[in-house]
Ligand binder design. Sequence first.
Ligand SMILES: Cc1cc2nc3c(=O)[nH]c(=O)nc-3n(C[C@H](O)[C@H](O)[C@H](O)COP(=O)(O)O)c2cc1C
Length: 392
Amino acid sequence: MIRYLTAGESHGPALTGIVEGVPAGLPLTEDDLAQHLARRQKGYGRGGRMAFEKDRAIFNSGVRFGKTMGGPVSMIMENRAFQKDEAGWPTVMNKETEADGIEKITLPRPGHADLVGTQKYRFDDIRPVIERSSARETAMRVACCGIARQFLKHFGIEIGGHVIQIGKIGYKDWDSVRKTVDPLYEKGAENVYKTADESDVRCLDKQLSEQMREEIKIQRKAGSSLGGIYEIIITGVPVGLGSFTHWDQKLDGKIAQAIMGTQAMKGVEIGLGFEAAKRDGQNVHDEITHDGSKFNRRTNHSGGIEGGMSNGMPIIIRGAMKPIPTMLNPLGTVDMHTLKETETRYERSDVCALPRAVVVAESVIAPVIANAFLEKFGGDSIAEIEERFKSI
Ligand SMILES: Cc1cc2nc3c(=O)[nH]c(=O)nc-3n(C[C@H](O)[C@H](O)[C@H](O)COP(=O)(O)O)c2cc1C
C-alpha cells in the first residue's frame, strides 16, 4: 500500500515528503512531478506568493536511473522565502533561538485553524498554527501524490479536473456539465485537465471563464474572497476496486476522506451527489447494457461507483471549497492576549484558489485509487503487477 507523509512549515526552510509502498520499477523522474507542481501554482485569483515560489521536489531516496527501487521515496522542496532570507523568515522561524522583538500573532482569523489550534496546542502565538495549517503544505502533497498518479498512468488510469462553479457563477445543471466535458475524456481524463488548463480559471466553458474572472475581480476589489466547486474525472478504472463488504472498504468513502482532508474543502459528491436526492429513482439509476464484450451503463449518474466499488465507468467526483478566510476587508475577532474585540489583520493571500485547488484534488485522489488497485492486483514490482493485471 502507498502511504505518504508531508512535513514542513509554510515559511520554514523546506517541505519534506516520504512516500512508501511504491512498487519497484515504476518509471519516475522529478519532471513527472514538476508538471503538476507548476499547474498548482497557476490560476487566476492567486495571491503574491506564487510569483516567487517555483516549486520543485528533489528526490533524496527511492529512485535510481529513472525508476523506483521499492524503498521509500523521500523528497525535499525548498521554501524560497526562507532560503533567500526574505522578510526575516530565518529569524522568525529559527530552530533554536527566539530573537528579541519577534512579533507574536494574536488576532485569529475566522475560518482558519488559528484560534482552535492555538487553544489546543497551548501556544501564546498563532504563528505555529498558521505555518502548518496553511495550504503551502499542499505543494508537497501534490508531489507525493504525483507518484501514485504516475503509477496509475502506467496502468492506463488517468485523472483530470476542471472548475464548474466560482461563487455564484457556474454551469446550469448536471447535463450542461456533461455536454461540455464528457466528449473530452473519451480517450482519457488527462485531456480534461489539459483542456481546462487553457483557461486561467480552469473552466472548460469560455463564457463562464470570463464571468468567473469578472466575479473574482469584483470580490478582490471588495476585499472579499470566493470558493466554488470543481469536478474530477478518472478514466480507465477497472471493475471492482473497493468493496461492499465493509464500511471502510468502500471506494467512495475513501475518496470522500481524501477530499475532505484537504484545506478548505466542505463537501464531496460522487456522480449526481446531492442532485440524486431530489430526483425520482427512474431518473437516477443507470440502466445496464451489454455490447457483446462487456457490461456498460446508459448513463453515469452514479459517477462510476456502485456498492462502494468501481463499475468500470469513469469516476466522477465533485468537491466544494469554501471562500478563502484571509481577506483584505477585515472580520471581527478577539485579541488572544488582551481579550478585546477587534478586527483581523491582512496577510498576503489568494482571493480565489479554486483553479489551483483542482490540481490538489486530482492529486489527493490518486493514492486512494492506486491503493484500491494495489489491493486487487498488488505486487512488489511493476512487472509482477502487470502480470496480474493482464490476467483479468
Ligand atoms: C490551494 C489552496 C490555496 C489556499 N490559499 C489560501 C490563502 O491564500 N489564504 C487563506 O487564508 N487560505 C487559503 N486556503 C484555505 C486554508 O488553507 C483553509 O481554509 C484553512 O487551512 C482552514 O482549514 P479548513 O478550511 O479546512 O477548516 C487555501 C486552500 C487551498 C486548497
